[in-house]
Design a protein around this ligand. Structure first.
Ligand code: HEC
Ligand code: HEC
Ligand code: HEC
Ligand code: HEC
Length: 530
């Protein structure tokens, strides 16, 4: 299934024009209520047209206008990775990243968005920052599977319930499972969060949401294959429609076996607005693709036309033997067509009477000629002016220029921390080298001093004086820029991850493994703690 779907996705992207919307007005189940879902995903902070080779698509002000025109009945959502281009933001780009995120938060408010899923890139400036964007926009940011690594408690709400056209809609969010080997894992590590398995978290959230809602929409920022897998495992009738993100692509609507759930990609970079609809039927369980229904109806219509044509056609031969033969063939063909028609009608009857919600999706291109929302356009102009302002200040230091200063670079401003540090074993690490007479041994020295062989740190035995002992920067990272200007953050400010300790605390086979929770309180303490 996935290989075929991927082929479709690529085609859809390469060809660019979005497929025409299937007219589902006549296929709607009688007595159902239609809700429209307007979705984006993987916007990656883009605010304006894409700068693409073929068509210039996108723009926040255009999206805002389109959304406004669809009316207040539409459910506006985003499938994650909205705020930032990357999950790691270099200091030089941070000011711009912040004002851009603020613009997106304001746009969410203006579009009266209902929910946003948390993508890994959204965590680039940490959980508290993301929460401040949630407050600014008035929109809940959702993830059913992100927990704080330390406490194991949920980092975000799993779902929210909203009402549109009298229909109660449960909206769930989920974030990608990223393992420690992947680069992007650092995004989770820096933010102090861990992603739990998607399928189990989704099922739990869906059950809770389902109890309070008529339909359930999941914003799965997990990629298509994991989304399809998770949805395929769910009991039928828990999630109706999933908007998928995490891959910068688009796809057609796909339906899991037995109509368990449908899913579709939301596109990327704000180039399109995905419009999906659900015809919500009372008591229905599961979904069917309206496009499939429409296609079946079209086939029936064309069979009808062919039957009519065969019926009225003339035998076309004067020779009675040939005419009889042609006539018999014609009758046989008509019978064959009628039989096919009955089969399709039977299929359609199943589709229609099965008590399922009807879903459909279309990608709307944000073409440059579309009108803009004047208020959003004005806000965007102010943002552009602000960019010039924030980016014309003193450039922040380049990573490559960062140096280790040794504890002398910190003591003037952090005397209490220094005093506490002096009471720890880390302050005795060089004494150990002296005691064991290993001050010249490169098999020992690197872990008993600060920043050894790191970029900007001591590179040999000579000139080690400033760096002896396991000093402040062993845990907090090189501090030259911060010592000059305390506003410049350190690599590890208040959260020194276990990985940093493990660089030196490697357990030998005969030792107990390093227990971070137990060890940390032994090296920080009064004077050196939040
Ligand atoms: C010129 C004074 C000064 C020097 C020198 C200095 N700091 Fe700081 N440091 C500060 C101030 C002020 C803050 C609080 C900054 C804030 O809250 O934005 C701070 C905050 C911190 C924090 C907490 C980080 C956080 O995110 O809140 C750490 C850790 C830290 N410094 C470590 C160091 C280390 C290590 C050194 C030596 C390499 C150092 N500092 C040198 C002034 C200094
Ligand atoms: C640059 C290497 C390095 C880093 C990074 C480092 N340590 Fe250490 N740690 C040492 C060395 C070396 C010693 C032993 C010092 C000595 O010679 O007595 C030590 C000792 C300790 C001790 C004391 C053990 C005892 O026997 O009482 C604790 C606890 C500890 N470290 C915890 C941590 C934690 C927690 C972190 C991370 C937040 C960390 N260390 C990071 C090198 C390091
Ligand atoms: C990979 C980093 C690393 C290297 C290399 C290293 N050490 Fe250590 N050393 C540590 C850490 C971490 C501790 C603290 C162990 C603990 O308590 O968990 C330590 C502790 C010690 C202690 C015990 C200190 C005390 O009084 O509690 C001695 C002695 C010691 N190291 C000597 C050496 C010698 C000698 C060498 C070279 C042969 C060496 N170390 C190489 C990381 C290292
Ligand atoms: C073993 C690793 C380690 C070393 C070495 C270390 N710190 Fe820290 N530091 C931490 C951790 C972990 C925290 C966060 C503690 C918390 O909030 O629970 C922290 C917090 C801080 C803070 C913010 C909290 C506060 O006390 O205001 C400052 C400032 C700071 N450290 C400065 C220093 C300085 C200066 C040194 C060297 C004298 C130093 N640290 C050495 C691990 C370390």
């Amino acid at each position: 299934v996935t290989a075929r779907l991927r082929a479709v996705s690529i085609l859809w992207l390469a060809g660019c024009p979005a497929p025409a919307r299937t007219s589902i007005s006549d296929a709607g189940t009688p007595g159902s209520t239609r809700i429209e879902i307007l979705a984006t995903g993987d916007v990656g902070s883009d605010t304006d047209v894409c700068g693409c080779k073929s068509k210039q698509l996108g723009g926040l002000a255009r999206r805002a206008k389109l959304v406004k025109d669809r009316g207040a009945g539409a459910l506006v959502v985003d499938a994650g990775d909205l705020f930032f281009r990357t999950w790691s933001i270099a200091p030089r780009y941070e000011a711009q990243a912040r004002v851009t995120a603020e613009l997106h938060a304001d746009a969410l408010r203006r579009m009266r968005a209902a929910a946003v899923a948390v993508g890994e890139r959204d965590l680039a400036l940490g959980v508290p920052y993301l929460r401040s964007m949630s407050a600014r926009s008035g929109v809940p940011f959702l993830s059913a599977n992100l927990v704080f690594t330390k406490s194991g408690t949920a980092a975000f709400d799993a779902f929210t319930i909203v009402e549109r056209n009298g229909v109660r809609i449960g909206v769930i969010g989920a974030s990608p499972e990223i393992g420690p080997k992947a680069q992007a894992f650092l995004a989770y590590e820096r933010a102090g969060v861990t992603a739990q398995p998607v399928a189990a978290a989704l099922e739990k959230a869906a059950k809770e949401a389902r109890a309070k809602a008529d339909v359930v929409v999941a914003l799965l920022h997990v990629g298509q294959d994991p989304a399809a897998e998770a949805l395929g495992k769910l009991p039928p009738g828990l999630v109706d429609l999933a908007i998928v993100g995490h891959e910068r692509t688009t796809s057609r609507l796909a339906v899991a076996p037995e109509g368990r759930a449908a899913w579709v990609h939301a596109g990327a970079r704000g180039k399109w607005l995905l419009s999906a609809s659900i015809d919500v039927a009372k008591g229905a369980k599961g979904v069917i693709d309206a496009t499939a229904v429409a296609a079946e109806r079209k086939t029936i219509a064309s069979i009808d036309e062919r039957i009519a044509a065969y019926r009225t056609a003339d035998a076309g031969a004067s020779d009675p033997a040939t005419a009889a033969k042609v006539g018999a063939e014609r009758i046989a063909t008509i019978e064959r067509l009628e039989k096919r028609k009955r089969t399709i009608e039977a299929e359609l009857a199943v589709l229609r009477t099965d008590g399922k919600h009807l879903v459909a999706a279309e990608l709307i291109e944000l073409l440059p000629e579309l009108p803009e929302d004047p208020e959003m356009a004005e806000r965007y102009a102010a943002y552009r002016a602000r960019l010039f302002e924030v980016n014309s200040g003193e450039p922040p230091p380049d990573r490559a220029e960062l140096e280790y200063t040794g504890n002398d670079g910190c003591k003037a401003c952090h005397p209490k921390e220094l005093a506490q540090w002096k009471t720890t074993k880390h302050a005795k690490a060089w004494d150990t080298m002296i005691r064991t007479r290993q001050v010249g041994n490169l098999d020992c020295v690197p872990c008993h001093v600060t920043g050894f062989d790191r970029r900007g740190g001591p590179q040999g035995i000579r000139g080690l004086e400033r760096f002896v002992d396991v000093g402040c920067e062993s845990c907090h990272g090189p501090g030259s820029a911060h010592a000059r200007n305390p506003k410049v953050p350190l690599d590890y400010g208040l959260d020194v991850p276990e990985r940093v300790c493990a660089e030196c605390h490697r357990a030998a086979e005969d030792q107990k493994p390093f227990d971070y929770e137990e060890r940390l309180p032994r090296v920080i303490g009064p004077g050196h703690r939040r």
